[in-house]
Design a protein around this ligand. Structure first.
Ligand code: GLN
Ligand code: MG
Ligand code: MG
Length: 469
């Protein structure tokens, strides 16, 4: 899509406003809106100035000016605004040099793609993320539900506490882990998901499937078609925007928080991945699960660096409440063709062109730019250094005898641990100048603030465990 295409969209749809968007280091999306008159050839070369000092972890107040450079190829019509509004995703530039700002996640994703091409290993990397989310009516208070101390005011949530909900009989709701996937009326979210899917299609995101997920309380998943790194990063932000706004339009909220309900499945974002060269899938081979040696080394690289990747792929304090045994979320860094308790699953695909790996520890908190880039940089390190991922584990890893369990490395168990691992293990990210020390240091400082805030907060569970002692 070019400037002409953008101009045509403006004319055809009587666009009034142009909305420039970008994501910060935490994966939060921001926007600023201009009259349509900003669309002229210079916009896509000079960009628009904005104050970067109020964006968490970016510039200080004394050097706050930054440039938003829109990418014409990302244009879509906002499905939610009253006046026709064209959305453009932007890169962030430093005005002094007009070069990419080192703390812009989209810039990192672009450098990762360039690095892949320059490596000669492959010319394309594909990502198929599966973000899960909950739809709730509203969240009233966190506390007082026995071991489920997070109370959600919702008919969907009635199953979780039967007696706490005024609506009486809750037998018509799925029970704990009962959401996968009975027909309506047990699944009461079919229409809202369908509306989300149609809205996704309207902005050019191809939908493959939608369904209720395993957790009882309105957990959902919408599957979309895989795409290349930066494009899928852009799409993931738009997808979250659409899911949250369709929920909002229906008087509900959607959350991608990894573990909103204690005692039931959390929300992950499995990431399917493959590499291709000249249109040939490089992950197809005659090794385990129909994978190539290159794919196995890629897995080896991800396992070697997984605990640093956790800092991006499991980027909140809440993320680690999902990564516990028993809820289809992985703990062990192992791979298997079938086993959903492993961090890497090799999905069965008959068509060799679609052969891929599925990394299961990520969740949908941070942007795809950082998560996909970190995974790919680790995978490429694995290929370059021929890192062996070890033997596959086809057993249920939640239920291993302790001696066996001891031998298998695990993901991190807390955000501060992941940030420490990232601090120590960062060279694989810095290859080709993709991630910089400036970015990694700023990211660790920013995220440590969340760790410190949580450390200093008295937790509802502590009342339960200690109040009466
Ligand atoms: N919700 C599970 C997780 O946390 C995944 C469930 C599934 O997609 N099979 O990863
Ligand atoms: Mg799922
Ligand atoms: Mg999956």
């Amino acid at each position: 899509m070019s400037l002409e295409h953008v101009e045509k969209m403006i004319k055809d749809h009587k666009v009034e406003f142009v909305d420039l968007r970008f994501a910060d280091m935490r994966g939060v999306q921001h926007h600023v809106t201009f009259p349509k008159s900003i669309i002229e050839p210079g916009l896509f070369e000079d960009g628009k100035m904005f104050d970067g000092s109020s964006i968490a972890g970016w510039k200080g107040i004394h050097q706050s000016d930054m440039v938003l450079l829109p990418d014409a190829s990302t244009a879509f019509l906002d499905p939610f605004t009253a006046d026709p509004t064209l959305v453009l995703t932007c890169d962030i530039l430093d005005p002094a040099t007009m070069q990419a700002y080192s703390r812009d996640p989209r810039g990192i994703a672009k450098r990762a793609e360039a690095y892949l091409k320059s490596s000669g290993i492959a010319d394309q990397a594909f990502f198929g993320p599966e973000p899960e989310f909950f739809i709730f009516d509203s969240v009233r208070y966190a506390n007082e539900m026995g071991h489920t101390f997070f109370h959600v005011d919702s008919e969907e949530a009635a199953w979780n506490s039967g007696k706490e909900y005024d609506g009486g009989n809750t037998g018509y709701r799925p029970g704990v882990k009962g959401g996968y996937f009975p027909v309506a009326p047990l699944d009461s979210l079919h229409d809202i998901r369908a509306e989300m899917c149609k809205t996704l299609e309207a902005v050019g995101i191809e939908v493959e499937v939608h369904h209720h997920e395993v957790a009882n309380a309105g957990q959902c998943e919408i599957g979309t078609k895989f795409n290349s790194l930066v494009k899928k990063g852009d799409e993931l932000l738009t997808m979250k925007y659409i899911i949250k706004n369709v929920a909002h339009r229906n008087g509900k909220t959607a959350t991608f928080m990894p573990k909103p309900l204690v005692g039931d499945n959390g929300s992950g974002m499995h990431v399917h991945q493959s590499l291709a060269k000249g249109g040939t899938n490089l992950f197809t081979g005659d090794g385990y699960g129909g994978l190539s040696q290159m794919a196995l080394w890629y897995i080896g690289g991800i396992f070697k660096h997984a605990r640093a990747i956790n800092a991006f792929a499991n980027s909140t304090t809440n993320s680690y409440k999902r990564l516990v045994p028993g809820y289809e979320a992985p703990v062990m860094l192992a791979y298997s063709a079938s086993n959903r308790s492993a961090s890497c699953r090799i999905p069965y695909v008959a068509n060799p062109k679609a052969r891929r790996i599925e990394i299961r520890f990520p969740d949908p908190m941070n942007s795809g730019y950082l998560i996909f880039a970190a995974l790919m940089m680790a995978g490429l390190d694995g290929i370059k250094n021929q890192i062996d991922p070890g033997a596959p584990s086809d057993k249920d890893l939640y239920d291993l005898p302790p001696e066996e369990e001891k031998g298998i490395p695990t993901v991190c168990h807390s955000l501060d641990q992941a940030l420490e691992e990232l601090d120590k293990d960062r060279d694989f990210l810095k290859a080709g100048g993709v991630f910089t020390d400036d970015f990694i240091d700023a990211y660790i400082t920013l995220k440590m603030k969340e760790v410190t805030a949580f450390r200093g907060a008295t937790h509802p569970l502590e009342y339960q465990m200690y109040y009466a002692i």
